[in-house]
Design a protein around this ligand. Structure first.
Ligand SMILES: NC(=O)c1ccc[n+]([C@@H]2O[C@H](COP(=O)([O-])OP(=O)(O)OC[C@H]3O[C@@H](n4cnc5c(N)ncnc54)[C@H](O)[C@@H]3O)[C@@H](O)[C@H]2O)c1
Ligand SMILES: [Zn+2]
Length: 411
């Protein structure tokens, strides 16, 4: 698949519900069975639209996934709001690529969209921007039923969701994720937040969207690094939940990195969403099970902080963190070296970073301790015990952590 918008059709033709879950292990949904929904072909738009349900009682919603998803989503918008006005939050890059397409669809359907454009990048996820967006909504006197649509990656989704939760105590919120990370992770589950100088995501809440419209065509325009960073989170889901999915990723590793087999990509994203939906269903407010989604994140986050959030994309830091978690688990006798080698091979095939630069080694335990102080609790590492299964381990000796970090810097 090329990263030209004109070639989007390639994926549009490729994805059919029957193809999408070709491997038997995937169709059975090892691990997250209850969340598995059968895909449906939507005759209104002529191409497949798969629906994954996030089951949260009265806060339940569907993730629409496939191609030509936006028209299908817009056609259902009236379920969430009687308003004609629609507020779209996006960033300038995504706006340039997709803004007109989305607002055009909304206008055709009789809506009056208003678009708020942020600068692209993590630096936009601030309280100040939240306030500016709220000001702009209040200035237009939007009702508490105006739908707020977040068009973009995780930055836009987290910030817009935060605003949606606050505006007049909450307006209908729609996630329209356009990065791989946002489609497999941040758009599902209702965590919304802004950053504070004292820490990432320090101000936030839980606010579930009413729907998620994940159109795979938007992924064509992601650059290589962004794609790889998203793949680190994909690998995370397989490693923590689903051995069959891990095998699927191994089998299709080349097509996945090349982005040239749309049904494979659709199946991959759908499985991630199913896994996240299942974990969120069981622990919406992150009180227990949901912690396992932090696999690779304790060290990953420390690494991001130690390097001033400049050197690594989030997913890249998570990849290194996941390898470190695997090495820790091997040292503790929880995970076999052969299984770790499988994880490393997949990381290599995808070109994910796996090593640390020596200068950051010392800083990582310091950052982890700082995080611990902020959270006021013991550091817990999520460690693999098998492909598809993890455990949460507290009280890991600092020497063992240092050994692993030093090995990571050498290799
Ligand atoms: N809420 C959650 O559960 C959760 C989970 C994981 C991450 N997050 C948050 O997500 C954020 C990271 O998300 P992200 O990686 O999507 O970053 P992002 O939103 O900054 O997007 C990355 C870059 O890609 C560009 N972009 C977006 N879509 C594009 C497309 N289709 N084609 C080309 N370029 C495109 C953006 O303009 C941006 O420059 C972080 O703030 C993180 O805290 C939240
Ligand atoms: Zn992450």
């Amino acid at each position: 698949m090329k990263k030209e918008r004109t070639e989007h059709n390639a994926i549009g033709q490729g994805v059919r519900a029957e193809d999408a879950l070709e491997p038997a292990a995937l169709a059975k949904g090892v691990g997250g069975q209850e969340a598995l929904e059968q895909g449906k072909t939507n005759p209104a738009v002529g191409v497949s639209c798969r629906r994954v349900k996030v089951r949260l009682a009265e806060r339940s919603y569907e993730v629409l996934l496939g191609t030509e998803i936006w028209p299908a989503g817009v056609a259902e918008l009236q379920r969430f709001s009687p308003e004609e006005e629609v507020f779209v939050v996006t960033d300038e890059r995504v706006h340039r690529l997709y803004g007109e397409e989305l607002t055009g669809l909304l206008e055709e359907a009789g809506y009056r969209p208003f678009t708020y454009i942020l600068e692209a990048g993590e630096a936009s996820k601030t309280w100040v921007n939240a306030e500016k967006i709220l000001d702009s909504m209040l200035a237009r006197n939007f009702s508490r039923q105006v739908p707020l649509l977040a068009l973009g990656g995780g930055v836009v989704g987290d910030l817009a969701g935060f605003v949606a939760a606050l505006y007049r105590r909450g307006v209908p919120f729609i996630q329209i994720p356009t990065t791989l990370l946002a489609q497999v992770d941040s758009s599902v589950g209702g965590k919304v937040a802004v950053n504070h100088p004292r820490g990432k995501n320090m101000l936030g809440t839980f606010y579930q969207p009413r729907a998620v419209w994940a159109d795979l065509r938007t992924l064509d325009t992601l650059d290589e690094r962004e794609w790889q960073a998203g793949l680190a989170e994909v690998l995370k889901y397989a490693l923590l939940w689903d051995a069959g999915f891990f095998t699927f990723l191994e089998t299709h590793a080349r097509e996945i990195i090349a982005r040239d087999n749309p049904p494979v990509l659709a199946a991959m994203i759908e499985r991630c969403v199913q896994i996240k939906a299942e974990i969120v269903r069981r622990d919406e407010r992150d009180e227990g099970l949901r912690h396992i989604l932090n696999l690779g994140h304790t060290i990953g986050h420390a690494l991001e902080k130690a390097t001033g959030f400049q050197q690594y994309r989030h997913g890249e830091a998570v990849a290194i963190g996941m390898r470190a978690a695997g090495m820790l688990a091997v040292k503790l006798g929880l995970f076999s070296a052969a299984k770790l080698a499988r994880v490393e091979k997949l990381m290599q095939e995808w070109g994910l970073p796996m090593n640390l630069s020596g200068s950051t080694v010392r800083e990582i335990p310091e950052q982890i301790k700082l995080d611990k102080k902020v959270a006021n609790k013991e550091v817990a590492f999520v460690l693999p015990v098998a492909i598809g299964k993890v455990t949460v381990q507290k009280g890991i000796a600092e020497e063992i952590l240092m050994q692993v970090l030093e090995e990571l810097a050498e290799k």
